[in-house]
Design a protein around this ligand. Structure first.
Ligand code: NCD
Length: 527
């Protein structure tokens, strides 16, 4: 039977299903008990124990807990542990991520742990190195573990956070009420909670942050899609002035290193609104637990040190749990653990073809029929109609220019902005190309991606021979003039990593970047 975990990648928390994560937590609980009892027999069942098994740490941003807990986890496993010295590597000679990690894959390394400013790097390398492994007949494809990518996600932190919440919930997954406090804008650990907290059936989440540090709309949209109950407060004071206070508080540090000058000028004020103080102590109920991914700042901690020796302290155990969760994650991805895991819900990617190019029966127009103004019926060629219906005339013209460019519709003919027959839309664009014949499937797909809602008419001998209506395709990629608009995304042009833009359509009419998860409107995805 196929091993469910072996060779997997954890780029975002959603890469592990809820039941896979709960399995991992169960194994972590057993491991923790064995560590307390020093039960060497049980511990040896967890250990990879293979000096040729290569684990590689590549940290391009600072780290203490994540890097060191993985290092100690790898030492527990008795494997070949390496770390790339990024100050003196060929990154500095302009080498791409793909070339660098293909090289390291060729040296028999099976798990890569990466922290980078570039968002989506693990997703990209997973696909690049599997091509490399295939070309070079390697007996494996490597796993990638995201140890924090820019402002995007921090899935292994999310694992240890969820594990700690469950410990404090007596392993009950019915519900959670949690306050996220601090820098919700830059904090990738809180972003991973948008999908992560779905392990609980009912989620109530209170977001406490001043406007400048608010949770980005992309993650709010995800939380809403999961049915979380969300409330927002600008400060701890405002939060405590109302009655319903969470029994779990998750603090994050203001990430000054990621902020612009404008926000930095206000740092004292911002910090004050998200810092716990002695006056708050009288209001917060007994039994409340505080957590923090750490580090906390020695001069300006959002959880002050006078709380260390109180029962509020959940962050120390949270941090120690990090190594245990990571030991289990490495054991699963190596194939050492997880053979007995039987998923009840098989996650199968749907192969159902989505018909985004609809063939429609052409209506036969009577001789006297009205044609859109200015378009004299052509005898042979193509007519693309209903372009950009509902847009302004200048938007429609710009849109037709890109369609002409992308589809290579050069030659004679024209573009026209006409009155739409649909009164709500007012205007629509029409492109006509007499004598233009070559319109293959690829061009049809391109047209659907560029101009959903439009129709393509293929005209022969004065009659419509074929007619197609375009709908938004489920994914859009393979176009030169597509681009993710997040400047930190690995696929953003500025980084020159050769990563082609790739978007998925969400349930609404928005597009999410395959790499960094940023939501775009349909128009935003085009350069
Ligand atoms: C966090 C990180 O780097 O995302 N720390 C961590 O990994 N434990 C949070 C932070 O830097 O504030």
């Amino acid at each position: 039977m196929e091993h469910v975990f072996k060779g997997r990648t954890l780029a975002v928390i959603n890469d592990l299903s809820n039941e896979e994560r709960l399995y991992l937590f169960n194994k972590t609980k057993e491991l923790k008990e064995a560590v307390v009892k020093d039960d060497q027999e049980v511990l040896s069942n967890y250990r990879i124990d293979d000096p040729t098994f290569g684990i590689y740490e590549v940290f391009l941003e600072d780290s203490t807990r994540t890097r060191e807990s993985f290092k100690n986890a790898a030492k527990f496993h008795r494997v070949k542990l390496s770390s790339l010295s990024t100050d003196s590597s060929s990154f500095n000679k302009g080498e791409s991520y793909a070339d660098t990690f293909n090289t390291l894959t060729g040296y028999d390394n099976r798990v890569f742990i990466i922290r980078s400013k570039l968002e989506g790097v693990c997703r990209w390398l997973q696909s690049e190195t599997s091509g490399f492994a295939e070309r070079n007949n390697l007996p494996f494809t490597p796993s990638f573990i995201n140890a924090g990518d820019g402002k995007h996600e921090h899935p292994t932190q999310e694992l240890l956070d969820e594990y700690t919440f469950l410990e404090d919930n007596d392993w009950n997954t019915d519900s959670i009420h949690i306050a996220l406090v601090g820098d919700l804008f830059h904090g990738r650990t809180v972003h991973s909670k948008a999908h992560g907290l779905t392990i609980f059936d009912k989620v109530k989440i209170d977001l406490i942050a001043p406007e400048e540090l608010e949770m980005p709309p992309t993650y709010i949209a995800i939380m809403e899609s999961h049915g979380y109950e969300i409330r927002c407060f600008p400060s701890i004071d405002a939060y405590l002035s109302q009655g319903e206070v969470a029994d779990k508080w998750y603090f994050t540090r203001p990430q000054l290193e990621r902020m612009g000058d404008r926000i930095l000028q206000k740092q004292d004020e911002l910090r004050k609104s998200i810092t716990f103080n002695r006056a708050h102590l009288d209001i917060v109920a007994e039994g409340t637990k505080f957590y923090h991914p750490l580090p906390r700042h020695k001069s300006h901690p959002v959880i002050p040190t006078f709380l260390d020796e109180t029962p509020f302290n959940g962050w120390e155990r949270q941090s120690a749990n990090g190594m245990l969760v990571r030991i289990v994650l490495l054991a699963l991805f190596s194939g050492k653990l997880g053979e007995d895991f039987l998923p009840t819900k098989r996650v199968v990617k749907s192969n159902k073809r989505v018909e985004f190019i609809e063939k429609v029966e052409p209506k036969v127009k009577k001789k006297s029929a009205q044609y859109s103004e200015g378009v004299h019926p052509i005898t042979n060629g193509i007519v693309i109609d209903h372009i950009g219906a509902g847009d302004t005339t200048s938007e429609i013209r710009a849109h037709m220019t890109s369609i002409t460019k992308v589809l290579g519709l050069h030659g004679k003919g024209g573009e026209w902005v006409s009155t739409s027959s649909n009164t709500e839309d007012r205007y629509k664009g029409i492109i006509f190309r007499p004598d233009f014949q070559q319109f293959d499937l690829t061009s049809l797909k391109r047209l659907a991606a560029l101009a959903p809602g439009s129709t393509l008419n293929i005209i022969e001998d004065g009659k419509i021979k074929e007619k197609y209506r375009m709908h938004l395709p489920p994914k859009i990629y393979n176009f030169e003039d597509l681009g993710c608009k997040n400047p930190n995304c690995i696929s953003h042009r500025a980084h020159d990593e050769g990563v082609p833009a790739y978007f998925w359509k969400t349930k609404g009419e928005t597009f999410v970047c395959e790499y960094c998860g940023k939501l775009h409107s349909f128009k935003e995805i085009w350069n």
